[in-house]
Design a protein around this ligand. Structure first.
Ligand code: ADP
Length: 460
């Protein structure tokens, strides 16, 4: 079945159904014509009864032949032209009267047939259609039997020819239909071959190739359109992956060359102890930042891979935020920033605890990072039509309107010169965005440069 093409499959299915239908139709045609022919013969026999009765008189005990000419009519004399054979048999089975065309022969007669009945039989080896019926006197006693017959040969030849035509025509019609339907099926799926040919040409290096859309907006059009869309998305993923690798290498190469340069200068000649301590501290700081970046990249790659599934549970958001605030105490104290939780009422939400923690810590750490010394950061929880909301507001440097949509991109940092003083490589918010997507949390941001930034998470 593996190499049984769609074209042949369609043709075979079609033919299987059609074969049954045509067999039913041909049988019906044969039955109708068969019945018509026999009805016609039988009504001819019936007509002859009338004629015979007009030539005899049925008395109480006998039959009188009133019109002997009727028995010598042309059709009863000649055998060749539509002869009609008539014979009267008495109750003992002896032939009492018969038409001359019977010559020495006699029609088949049976005592067993007591009522009017039609049947096929033979006369001198030739097929005939025969009718036998009793002739009764007025009181109902059978005086004799009337037997009438007409030749069947021609009707049988017609029926035989019809049968032959239908039997020979049946396979011919089916074979013709098979090839026609195979041809039509082949033509209708031809565009699929174009789709296959194009798809085969597309490789990872050649993701710009697209399938030409057919003119008819049918299923094949939808197939081609869907594959093209899939290719668009695949290309985007491949480009993003390449970009990610390039960005990550770049971000790691810069501190590495700084470290290498610093150490090279340091070993060029003997130096004072303070100079060593100073440079080694500098190098250690760079190594710290690199290790932080590597941690973030690994975390990001883990979440991006789609292998991490959120385990959604109900928990009290206030407690989780309390934990995060506590962990940020050291960073906020360093800049004398007051980090306050404004809401006392308890709110329960449904989400993944550890993922939500990473989101809140990233937003909180940014709020502290991008605030000036002695400012404040407020966290509050509330409820609106969309669900429970958690708002983190700072009064720091803010983000220009045109860059708001980009800050969730990997390695994106607003104005590198402004942020160069603060640690970070632009990965934090990309992680936040990914984690929010995984859990179907809403994240929105409002910001005014030099006034502050407000992040709002919505738990549905
Ligand atoms: P980074 O490690 O640079 O902080 P993020 O992805 O966390 O990376 O943030 C991306 C950029 O968005 C930051 O470089 C910063 O310019 C801007 N940003 C994020 N949070 C704030 C905030 N609270 N106030 C001002 N700017 C912010």
């Amino acid at each position: 079945m593996k190499h049984f093409s769609i074209r042949n499959r369609i043709a075979f299915t079609y033919i299987a159904v059609t074969a049954l239908l045509i067999a039913a139709l041909f049988s019906l045609i044969y039955i109708v014509i068969f019945q018509t022919v026999y009805n016609h013969l039988d009504s001819d026999l019936d007509a002859e009864i009338q004629e015979v009765y007009s030539s005899i008189v049925v008395l109480d005990n006998a039959i009188v032949y009133a019109n002997p000419n009727e028995w010598n009519e042309k059709e009863h004399g000649l055998i060749e032209v539509n002869p009609t054979f008539v014979q009267i048999v008495d109750t003992t089975g002896t032939v009492a009267k018969k038409t001359p065309n019977l010559r020495e022969g006699a029609l088949f007669f049976s005592h067993a047939i007591s009522e009017k009945s039609y049947f096929d039989t033979l006369l001198a080896g030739a097929p005939i259609r025969q009718l036998q019926l009793p002739i009764r006197n007025p009181t109902g006693r059978t005086l004799a039997y009337l037997v009438i017959a007409i030749p069947l040969q021609e009707s049988l030849i017609v029926l035989k020819n019809l049968r032959l035509t239908l039997i020979i025509g049946y396979p011919i019609v089916l074979i013709a239909l098979f090839f026609i339907s195979r041809f039509i099926a082949g033509r209708s799926i031809a565009p699929i071959n174009t789709v296959i040919a194009t798809a085969e040409k597309i490789t990872k290096e050649n993701l710009d190739e697209r399938i030409v859309l057919p003119q008819n907006k049918d299923e094949i059009y939808t197939l081609a359109y869907t594959i093209n869309n899939l290719l668009d998305r695949l290309r985007d993923v491949v480009i993003r992956e390449k970009q990610f690798t390039a960005d990550a290498s770049h971000e790691l190469r810069t501190p590495l060359s700084v470290i290498k340069g610093t150490l090279e200068v340091l070993i060029r000649k003997p130096r004072e102890r303070e100079q060593y301590v100073d440079k080694i501290r500098y190098v250690m700081n760079e190594v710290d930042q690199m290790s932080q970046l590597v941690d973030q990249l690994l975390e990001f790659a883990r979440f991006e891979s789609g292998m991490v599934r959120p385990s959604v549970v109900e928990f009290e958001l206030n407690a989780l935020i309390g934990d995060c605030v506590k962990r940020m105490e050291y960073a906020s104290a360093e800049k004398n920033i007051s980090l306050r939780m404004l809401t006392e009422e308890a709110f329960v939400v449904k989400a993944d605890i550890s993922m939500t923690k990473i989101i809140i810590e990233n937003i909180l750490s940014n709020a502290i990072k991008y605030s000036s010394n002695d400012q404040s950061v407020e966290v509050s929880i509330g409820k609106d039509s969309g669900g429970v909301t958690c708002t983190i507001a700072d009064h720091g440097c803010g983000i220009p309107q045109d860059q708001l949509s980009k800050i969730f991109d990997r390695f994106y940092r607003v104005d590198e010169s402004r942020t160069s003083q603060t640690a970070g490589k632009g990965i934090g918010l990309a992680i936040v965005k990914r984690l929010a997507e995984i859990q179907h949390l809403g994240i929105s941001i409002k910001s005014t440069p030099a006034v502050g930034t407000t992040f709002t998470m919505t738990f549905v």
